[in-house]
Design a protein around this ligand. Structure first.
Ligand code: CDP
Ligand code: MG
Length: 137
């Protein structure tokens, strides 16, 4: 049975600064995922706190907030068969150093924080994050 889902993806400020938007989008499209919304945005600290609600309070969160608000990012809604899992697999492990070669993080970064992409980690997170970033989609 097919299970088409939406998921929320961020191409983070480090990737935008490094000119990697096209390279990253190419990988999602090559996988067969469809772009349903896309916007270049800058977010402020309070929006970052809402997006990363589960991490507010962690020792490393203040630095993550500074990073995610440090410049424009590209927010996307992608759709496709089991899109949440498909995008998490393409992205690779959180720590770019440990991420598998062939994954976006494994190929494009070597940092635990500046790891080029975000993606929703479950269908429930996807629903919440898509609603937060793109209320109309
Ligand atoms: O993004 P992902 O779901 O793979 O990882 P997370 O554990 O939900 O953490 C969210 C983001 O926080 C990561 O993508 C990193 O940018 C950052 N992070 C960090 O700066 N230091 C850590 N020790 C863990 C995560
Ligand atoms: Mg996460």
């Amino acid at each position: 049975m097919s299970e088409v889902q939406q998921t929320l993806v961020l191409i983070k400020p480090d990737a935008v600064r490094r000119g990697l938007v096209g390279e990253i989008l190419r990988r999602y499209e090559a996988k067969g995922l469809t772009v349903e919304a896309m916007e270049l945005r800058r977010v402020d600290a309070s929006f970052a706190d809402r997006h990363y609600a589960e991490h507010v309070g962690k020792a490393w969160y203040p630095e993550l907030r500074d990073f995610i608000t440090s410049g424009p990012l590209v927010a996307l809604v992608l759709a496709g068969e089991r899109a949440v899992e498909a995008v998490r697999t393409l992205n690779g492990a959180t720590d770019g150093v440990a991420a598998a070669p062939g994954s976006i993080r494994g190929d494009l970064c070597a940092s635990k924080q500046a790891n080029v992409v975000h993606a929703s980690d479950s269908p429930e997170s996807a629903e919440r994050e898509v609603r937060l970033w793109f209320p109309g989609v």
